[in-house]
Design a protein around this ligand. Structure first.
Ligand code: AVJ
Ligand code: FE
Length: 440
């Protein structure tokens, strides 16, 4: 399927404009003081994200693709994520909110002009519109980061959201787990034009038969783990996990509070937890401990991707669990429409061939795997996107959450974070090896 140049241009413009619309919303619903304030040492001030997305857009599109001279080279170091850790960013001489908006507007106007003149594929960077897609995804990723900052922010609710879709009629009769038969499947991609370097190249992986939870683990299931003393029993935790649980005083997911019942704060609103909603804001150590308590384990990254993409009828890997079509509101909970995960079992139309639901959207799902390069990996177009993070200190998350834009989400998309992190929109599901089937 090849797309003509005009269609590609329109799609790029639409993605850039959509990401900017969200950025604008997330940075205009609070006042100037809240834009420059640091709401958590884990996060940048919102005004940093605002100018950082513009700076990356200038670097990659105006300078690298367009060959333009830098607009404001003196500010580059301020917005280089590797020069200054998040906790130190409020002390930098950052652009004020109005200046950051002006810079973003100045860059974007020139980018849209450049887009009109680009014929894709003169260089590897513009092949299939890659650099433009990378920048649209980058801004969308920061929109998710800014959403996490809003969740950490204390104060009144300011973000409007659509009500979650009701759970479908068959949600309570779904099997608790689905079987993914053993055998080879194609992991990663060499053909998805906007896939980032760590998703490449496509390669065959043999995955023994396993069972996977049909849906993400729910609040009520997680509350049973808590009620059963799961946080006080070192048997369920890895040594590192137990040490962290003790040091950090973990007793429940982030944003949960016991008030005679479990309540949670979501974007400034405190409410009783919804039992059948996927659990959110747990770290890898908590997910791993829950799985062990349940007599199960986290899926590996390869298992997750096989469940999400492998079509046993054709033997090929799909772009998404439901097929090759782009996400839509009836397939997955993405794009910051709802600001909560949908009830477990939602989105039957988005189910994978194995029957698992909500693999894409709702909550990021922790896997047991370290963030490592695929065989044949090459850093592209810069080492600081993926390569500098490869290693055992980061765990992989898959699937994307309600806060993720569809442009930054695919069956092959890989996210990663430290196993202690909970401010991200992360949940999980569990797995077990299918012993009898695997032996056959
Ligand atoms: C892929 C979400 C881990 O936020 O650190 C944004 C994405 N990279 N700017 C991050 C990213 C550069 C990245 N994650
Ligand atoms: Fe960034």
């Amino acid at each position: 399927m090849t797309e003509d140049t005009e269609t590609l241009r329109d799609r790029i413009a639409a993605e850039l404009i959509a990401a900017r619309g969200r950025t604008t919303l997330l940075t205009t619903v609070v006042d100037e003081a809240d834009l420059v304030r640091q709401h958590s040492p884990l996060m940048s001030p919102l005004v940093w994200d605002l100018a950082h997305v513009a700076n990356q857009e200038e670097l990659w599109l105006l300078r690298e693709v367009g060959g333009r001279t830098p607009l404001h080279p003196e500010i580059d170091p301020l917005y280089d994520a590797f020069e200054h850790p998040r906790a130190k960013r409020p002390a930098l001489p950052l652009l004020a909110p109005g200046e950051a908006r002006g810079y973003g507007h100045e860059v974007r106007g020139r980018v849209l002009d450049l887009l009109e003149r680009t014929t894709f594929g003169e260089t590897q960077l513009t092949d299939g519109g890659f650099a433009f897609g990378m920048i649209a995804q980058h801004e969308a990723q920061h929109d998710e980061t800014m959403l996490a900052t809003h969740q950490l922010r204390s104060g009144l609710p300011v973000l409007a959201a659509a009500a979650p879709a009701p759970a479908p009629a068959d949600a309570s009769s779904l099997p608790v787990e689905v079987l993914v038969p053993g055998g080879p499947f194609t992991m990663g991609t060499s053909t998805e034009a906007w896939a980032l370097d760590n998703e490449r190249p496509a390669h065959v992986v043999h995955v023994p038969a396993f069972y996977l939870d049909t849906t993400p683990v729910t609040n009520s299931a997680y509350a049973e783990f808590i009620a059963d003393g799961g946080y006080d029993d070192p048997r369920w935790w890895t040594p590192d996990g137990w040490a962290h649980r003790q040091r950090a005083g973990l007793t429940a997911p982030l944003f949960w509070r016991w008030e005679g019942e479990w309540v949670r704060v979501s974007f400034g609103v405190t409410a009783t937890i919804i039992p059948n909603e996927p659990v959110l804001h747990v770290c890898w150590y908590e997910a791993d401990a829950y799985a062990r308590w349940a007599g199960r384990r986290l899926p590996t990254e390869a298992e997750w991707e096989k469940a999400a993409r492998h079509d046993p009828a054709t033997g090929r890997s799909r772009r998404y669990p439901w097929g090759d079509d782009d996400p839509s509101p009836s397939l997955a909970n993405l794009g910051q429409r709802h600001l909560v995960p949908a009830p477990a079992g939602s989105y039957p139309a988005g189910a994978a061939p194995c029957g698992a639901r909500q693999l894409v959207g709702d909550v990021w799902e922790w896997t047991s795997s370290d963030f490592l390069p695929y065989p044949g990996f090459t850093a592209w177009p810069y080492k600081e996107y993926s390569e500098v993070f490869f290693g055992p200190e980061y765990k992989v998350l898959r699937g994307g959450a309600f806060g993720v834009s569809p442009v930054a989400c695919r069956g092959t998309f890989r996210n990663w974070d430290y196993p202690v992190r909970r401010q991200i929109f992360a949940g999980f599901r569990t797995a077990r090896t299918a012993v009898a089937e695997a032996a056959r």
